[in-house]
Ligand binder design. Structure first.
Ligand code: FES
Ligand code: FES
Length: 169
């Protein structure tokens, strides 16, 4: 093959991956190098999960994988066989979640690019530490960057949502 020829797509090299996404069984046929982030966005059209650095640095692509927060840009689809993924869409199947409402109420949503990852990360925090202090919130959210620098409003939103949950229980 000359250097100008494009190699034909080899679908035989795709891998079949069966997983659950937002409580729905899903089968993906993907090359071994396809990240979970790209699988969610490009194969399943779940574009709420954002692609920014694609290098594990910004947290915009945060999802739950078997209940654990991960940067989906650092996970391969083929590694998720038999596992369960929850994205931002899966946290808002009945309308906006309390966290989403409080992000809006506090004015934390500016360009919005980081917000899905922030909300998923905050959900993970409140599930494990429902009474998180402001310092604990800042520490837990340190891996989620906001270029609009709305950090104080994000902390405030999480605190208010946490208070709402405590009131309900
Ligand atoms: S896009 Fe995954 S951490 Fe930035
Ligand atoms: S709201 Fe713009 S990056 Fe966070």
């Amino acid at each position: 093959m000359s250097t100008n020829e494009v190699a034909p797509t080899n679908h035989l090299s795709d891998h079949q991956v069966t997983l659950e996404v937002n409580e729905q069984a899903v089968v993906l046929n993907v090359p071994a190098h396809r990240t979970l982030l790209d699988g969610l966005r490009d194969e399943l059209c779940l574009t709420g999960t954002k692609k920014c650095c694609a290098d594990g640095e910004c947290g915009a692509c945060t999802v739950f994988l078997d209940g654990v927060l991960v940067n989906s840009c650092l996970v391969l689809c083929v590694e998720t066989e038999g596992q369960s993924v929850t994205t931002i869409e899966g946290l808002s199947t009945n309308g906006l979640s309390d966290l989403q409402e409080e992000f809006l109420n506090s004015g934390a949503v500016q360009c919005g690019v980081c917000i899905p990852g922030q909300v998923v990360a905050a959900e993970g925090l409140l599930r494990t530490n429902p009474h998180a202090s402001a310092t604990e919130i800042r520490d837990a959210m340190a891996g989620n960057l906001c270029r609009c620098a709305g950090y104080e409003r994000i902390v405030q939103a999480i605190q208010v949502a946490a208070g709402r949950r405590v009131e309900i229980t």
